[in-house]
Design a protein around this ligand. Structure first.
Ligand code: ADP
Ligand code: ADP
Length: 231
């Protein structure tokens, strides 16, 4: 079953006298164990779609479902609870806390000290992403690829079913980017998580199970085999 779904989602922004339709009748679903990439040019609605999927913004029309439940009309507080429980985020620029060690950064979403198993889980996740020997390093002592691995471990620490990635390779060279995408491919099944990435980077295509294209707010399925579409 789909862990996250958008059904007939529209998003409109009023700016002055103008209305911008950033998402137009978008239908989308992803399953745990699946890596889906959303591609599209600048201004096509990618950030808006990621914000709606991440429960950071609500649609103007349509339904958002997490694990089968309609979350569209939840209060802000309920939405925050649902987001913390179900969704991990990875960003282009990592957003690590510079004064904290790698393992402390991974523990941040668990709210330090409230969960006695958090430190152990953070340590295991860092070992899993290949940073078992960097637990006590601060971000400025890590390479870009290592920082992104810390951010991926942090995104998984609360065992979300959905991992949203905004240009995850945007600040990495091609080789390091490939390593991170390789890691996504392994983690999607190991952690039973749906990975949804938004990007301009063509490199993500070969690591994704599915690519969807967003053009001027409209989403179209690219399909796994281009031949079937006569391309
Ligand atoms: P992308 O991430 O693909 O660059 P966005 O989702 O940021 O696209 O933007 C899609 C469209 O919606 C653009 O025309 C953008 O200018 C507009 N838009 C996005 N956010 C807002 C906002 N808060 N207010 C007004 N217009 C917005
Ligand atoms: P990205 O670099 O990921 O494509 P953008 O620079 O398009 O992101 O947008 C960054 C943030 O600014 C998003 O949250 C988006 O909703 C908001 N935004 C984009 N366009 C506008 C706009 N015209 N007016 C107000 N906010 C906007």
């Amino acid at each position: 079953m789909s862990i996250i779904e958008l059904e007939h989602v529209w998003k409109r922004y009023e700016s002055g006298t103008e209305t911008v339709e950033a998402l137009k009748d978008v239908n989308f679903a992803a399953e745990p164990g699946e890596f889906v990439t959303i591609m599209g040019p600048s201004g096509s609605g990618k950030s808006t779609m990621l914000n709606v999927l991440g429960l950071l913004d609500t649609p103007s029309e349509g339904v958002v479902r997490i694990d089968g439940s309609d979350v569209t009309d939840l209060s802000d507080a309920e939405m925050t609870t649902q987001r913390k429980r179900s969704i991990g985020f990875v960003f282009q620029s990592y957003f690590l806390i510079p004064t904290l060690s790698a393992v402390e950064n991974v523990e941040v979403p668990t709210l330090f000290g409230t969960d006695p198993t958090a430190h152990e889980r953070a340590t295991e996740l860092l070992e899993r992403v290949g940073l078992g020997d960097r637990l006590d390093h601060r971000p400025d002592q890590l390479s870009g690829g290592q920082k992104q691995r810390v951010a991926i471990a942090r995104a998984l620490v609360n065992e979300p079913r959905i991992l949203l990635a905004d240009e995850p390779t945007g600040n990495l060279d091609r080789k390091t980017g490939r390593d991170v995408l390789e890691l996504f491919s392994e983690l999607k099944t190991e952690e039973d998580v749906a990975i949804i990435a938004v990007t301009h980077d063509d490199q993500l295509r070969s690591y994704s199970d599915r690519v969807v294209n967003l053009v001027d707010g409209r989403l179209t399925e690219e399909g796994a085999t281009a031949e079937g579409y006569g391309k």
